[in-house]
Structure formats: structure tokens, C-alpha cells
Design a protein around this ligand. Structure first.
Ligand SMILES: *Cc1c(COP(=O)(O)O)cnc(C)c1O
Length: 359
């Protein structure tokens, strides 16, 4: 085990990013020079307009390259400054950008805690970055001792998914914080499902105190906006400024921004959906525990249930025959499990009836 690393506030991020990004000159898009003008003839757009329209959006114009309005709204929600917010085309894009920013291919390492979200490994593979993996314990919690042993000076990133996909449980905050004080790199806490959690323990509120935490959020789950592709990261301002420099100039599009801003002004749908999902999750868990072919329903703080079946293949086939598709997992520990997303009350009822009727 190694001693905690100590770094000055700004130096920390500078010492973590790949060396060639230090003097990196980003692309200066036309619109990053000036926003206030009467006539825009700087970006080769079509001033005549567009053949289609979306209310409130000038589709013929390039969008704001630094997502100023969105970042202000997210910053306000979390009580941090907008310099701590970075927006991406889904949180998946941010995972890729973070790996690209921090990890030197063939040298640095990403540490993941499995079973977990598959995108971490895939994006590391895409970037030719080595992945080292530690298994979560029997209750899918972090094995702090084993994880600390796996951390080396080349560990540039540690991914902690809480609530974890596909197991559904929250990770213990103290475990994450302990790891963050021992890892030299960035601890990415993926809170994609946090809105469905019963506990209000959110790592996002600790980002200002623990400088190497980066928390990922998305509008794809509880906000019901997977189709617009918007995620964001709350992190150290220096990390955010590097992400802004390396991202594609106009990553988040104007329609997405407009729709996200109007969704965030209307919390009613969000609050009601979260309530319904939680209620249905409890009902499903209880009912599934009484289904003969079910061995175990794992506790969930997310919008899905991990269910262990006597014969997962048979359950999967029975559901498919009724036109219901759920997620099968290939890792050895989860081979007898299906991950079932909580649907509408009607859809959930159909799942229950199908499984209960299974011979
Ligand atoms: C669904 C999910 C996301 C969301 O990704 P987006 O690209 O924002 O849609 C992120 N992390 C985890 C663990 C997820 O399950």
C-alpha cells in the first residue's frame, strides 16, 4: 500500500494529464471569439435560414461551444461554480474524453470495480489504455484492501459506479473517499442512477472538498431524455478547462441544449417519474421474490433490478416469447442473472405474469 499523494491545488491536475496536452492549443471556433454581434458572417453558416424548424432554436447557427447556459443551470443545481461543470454528448462521451486526457496509451492504467458498466472498459480499449480490474465483494461493495493493493503510480483513473450498474446498489461513500485519498489519479464517480436512490448521500456535494473526485451525471435515466444525449461532469475547474480544450468544438447541439434547459425548468415530470419508479421497484422486488424460478432479487437503488434465476436462459426465453427484452450478463458471477428495467406499471405486471406462468 502506498502513502496518500499530496499535491498543490492547481499542480495536481497538471501533473495528471498526458504531457502533450500541457501546451496544447485548442481550436478557436468562430463563435468562441465573439457572441455579441448584429450580423454573423464569420462561420460560413447559411444566413437565409433552415429548411426545418425547432421553436426557439436558430438551426442555421452553430451552437455555443462552451455550453454557458447549461453549465450555469447545472452549477446552480449543485451549488458549485460553472467552472466546475463540463457537458458532454451523454456521459459516455465524457468517459472517453477523461480517459483520453489522463491516460497515456500503453503506459497508464484505468482501474475498474467489476461487475460494472461495460463502457469504462470499452472506452479504455478504444484508447489503447490498460484496464486493471478488481471484483466487488459478495455484496457488490468495494473491497477496500484489495483495491488499494491494485492501485499503482500508473493508476490514472478509478471508476466507481454508484448506484452500480448492473448490480443496483450504492457504494459506500467512505470507501470511495478512502480510495480517493490513496489514488494519485482521478476517481470518477458515475451517479447515472443517483436520482432513484433512497439515500441522499451524493458524492457530487463533496467535489469541492476532494479535489480528485469527478462526478458524472446524465439526463438519460431519471430525466427521461436518453434520446437527446446529454451528460455532465462536476469536477475540479482545471480538469474542466482541459476537457473544454480537447472536446470537439461544437459537441452538444442546439436542440439538445434547448430541450434540456426547458426540461430542467419543469421538475414535475421528473419528480413524479422517480416516485413511480421507486414504488414499482418495491412492488416488483417483492413480487419477484415469490416467483418460483427466482433465487434472489438484489436490493436496488436504481431503476432496474438484478434478479438471480434458477435458470436465467429459460426466463430470458419466456420473456422474449412475449416480446419482452431484458438484459443478460455474460460475466461468470452474473451468468444466472437478468437485469430487468422498471417499466410502466402495465409493463411490470406483464413481466410478473409471464415469469409466474413459466413452467
Ligand atoms: C446509462 C448509464 C450512463 C448514461 O450514459 P449517457 O451516455 O449519459 O446516456 C452512464 N453511466 C452508467 C453507469 C449508465 O448505466
Amino acid at each position: 500500500m502506498q502513502m496518500p499523494f499530496e499535491y498543490g491545488e492547481i499542480a495536481m491536475i497538471d501533473q495528471l494529464i498526458r504531457p502533450h496536452f500541457k501546451g496544447f492549443k485548442p481550436y478557436r471556433s468562430a463563435r468562441s471569439e465573439t457572441q455579441a454581434a448584429k450580423i454573423f458572417l464569420d462561420a460560413n453558416e447559411l444566413s437565409l435560414g433552415s429548411p426545418v424548424s425547432v421553436d426557439g432554436v436558430s438551426l442555421n447557427r452553430y451552437p455555443d461551444p462552451s455550453q454557458t447556459s447549461l453549465r450555469e443551470v447545472f452549477a446552480c443545481r449543485h451549488g458549485v461554480s460553472p467552472e466546475r461543470i463540463f457537458c458532454g454528448v451523454g456521459s459516455d462521451e465524457i468517459i472517453d474524453l477523461l480517459i483520453r486526457l489522463l491516460c497515456e496509451p500503453g503506459k497508464d492504467e484505468v482501474l475498474i470495480l467489476e461487475p460494472t458498466y461495460g463502457v469504462y472498459r470499452v472506452q479504455a480499449d478504444v484508447n489503447a489504455v490498460h484496464v486493471s480490474s478488481i471484483q466487488l465483494d459478495a455484496k457488490f461493495q468495494i473491497d477496500v484492501g484489495k483495491t488499494l493493493e491494485a492501485i499503482t503510480s500508473d493508476t490514472k483513473m478509478l471508476f466507481c459506479c454508484s448506484p452500480n450498474n448492473p448490480t443496483g446498489n450504492l457504494l459506500r461513500t467512505n470507501d470511495i473517499l478512502e480510495l480517493s485519498s490513496h489514488v494519485r489519479g482521478i476517481v470518477v464517480v458515475d451517479e447515472a442512477y443517483i436520482d432513484f436512490a433512497e439515500s441522499s448521500d451524493q458524492l457530487v456535494s463533496l467535489v469541492e472538498r476532494f479535489e480528485n473526485l469527478a462526478v458524472l451525471r446524465t439526463l438519460s435515466k431519471a430525466w427521461g431524455l436518453a434520446g437527446i444525449r446529454l451528460g455532465y461532469c462536476v469536477a475540479h475547474p482545471e480538469l474542466v478547462s482541459y476537457l473544454l480544450r480537447i472536446k470537439a468544438p461544437y459537441s452538444v447541439n442546439a436542440v439538445t441544449s434547448m430541450l434540456a434547459l426547458s426540461a430542467l425548468r419543469n421538475e414535475k415530470f421528473f419528480a413524479a417519474s422517480v416516485e413511480t419508479v421507486k414504488r414499482e421497484r418495491a412492488r416488483m422486488a417483492e413480487a419477484l421474490r415469490n416467483v418460483e424460478s427466482v433465487r434472489e432479487v438484489y436490493p436496488s437503488d436504481a431503476n432496474f433490478l438484478l434478479v438471480d434465476f434458477l435458470d436465467a436462459g429459460k426466463a430470458f426465453d419466456a420473456l422474449i416469447k412475449q416480446g419482452i427484452v431484458v438484459r443478460r450478463r455474460s460475466e461468470p458471477r452474473l451468468r444466472s442473472c437478468l437485469r430487468i428495467t422498471i417499466g410502466t406499471p402495465e409493463e411490470n405486471g406483464f413481466v410478473l405474469r409471464t415469469l409466474a406462468r413459466m413452467k
